[in-house]
Design a protein around this ligand. Structure first.
Ligand SMILES: Nc1ncnc2c1ncn2[C@@H]1O[C@H](COP(=O)(O)OP(=O)(O)OP(=O)(O)O)[C@@H](O)[C@H]1O
Ligand SMILES: [Mg+2]
Length: 222
């Protein structure tokens, strides 16, 4: 699979000949130096960017030929996304941030479900707080609740603990791995944190847009 992004002279060939198979329910840590293409690969898996050639099949769905609307439906149905910078909507309360995507997915119990999901991440007492009124760790827990609420088959997380202290980071990780255990969700986590990478079933290392062969991984700490 190949991915290029940017227009004109700024166009960059980012992912080169990437071939990767991830089993349902597997937890994969995506590691590699800055600029190696980790976030880009995650975007392709999540249906946020389209590969320019090759085939991408996620949750039994071939993504390569889908238009923007179909990709958005695919994400809504199958993918939960957690970013390093949380990406909460600042004008919505915690419970609204979690409930609105559920409403868009057509669930009529969206607010009950959102409140339950926030309680499950320890934020039952912060439902009506706006993101600016929450700590970084609390905002990330809202983002995790939002990603988990639709019980997606695949959860992608881009350095989800990158902006958090160690203890809070571990809580976030526990929530993601609990979803894997409970719903059999597939986890794909970009991380620079060796502890987090070790908790995954395996790591995939990118270098300059190419996946390093397994042999190169043997004995290499994440
Ligand atoms: N929209 C874009 N247009 C052009 N080039 C891009 C675009 N997005 C990313 N790139 C380039 O693609 C390369 C890979 O970027 P990517 O964000 O995937 O790296 P990364 O491995 O996630 O790095 P980091 O660890 O710093 O987050 C970088 O050289 C980056 O400059
Ligand atoms: Mg990145």
């Amino acid at each position: 699979m190949e991915l290029s992004l940017g227009a004109g002279a700024a166009r960059v060939h980012i992912l080169k000949g990437v071939s990767l198979e991830i089993a349902q329910g597997e937890a994969v840590g995506l590691v590699g130096p800055s600029g190696s293409g980790k976030s880009s690969l995650l975007m392709v898996l999540a249906g946020l960017e389209r590969a320019d050639s090759g085939r991408v099949t996620v949750a039994g769905q071939e993504l390569t030929g889908l238009d923007e609307d179909a990709l958005a439906r695919f994400r809504g149905r199958h993918v939960g996304i957690v970013f390093q910078a949380f990406h909460l909507i600042p004008t919505m309360t915690a419970v609204e941030n979690v409930a609105v995507p559920l409403e868009l997915a057509g669930r009529n119990d969206a607010f009950e479900r959102a409140a339950a999901e926030l309680a499950a991440v320890g934020l039952g007492h912060r439902l009506d707080h706006y993101p600016a009124q929450l700590s970084g760790g609390e905002q990330q827990r809202v983002a995790v609740a939002r990603a988990l609420a639709p019980e997606p088959r695949i959860l992608v997380a881009d350095e989800p603990t990158g902006n958090l202290d160690e203890t809070t980071g571990r809580q976030i990780m526990d929530l993601l791995f609990a979803a894997q255990a409970r719903h059999g969700s597939t986890l794909v986590i970009v991380t620079h944190d060796p502890t987090l990478a070790r908790r995954c079933d395996r790591t995939v290392r990118l270098r300059s847009g190419v996946i390093e062969p397994d042999a190169a991984l043997a004995g290499t700490p994440a």
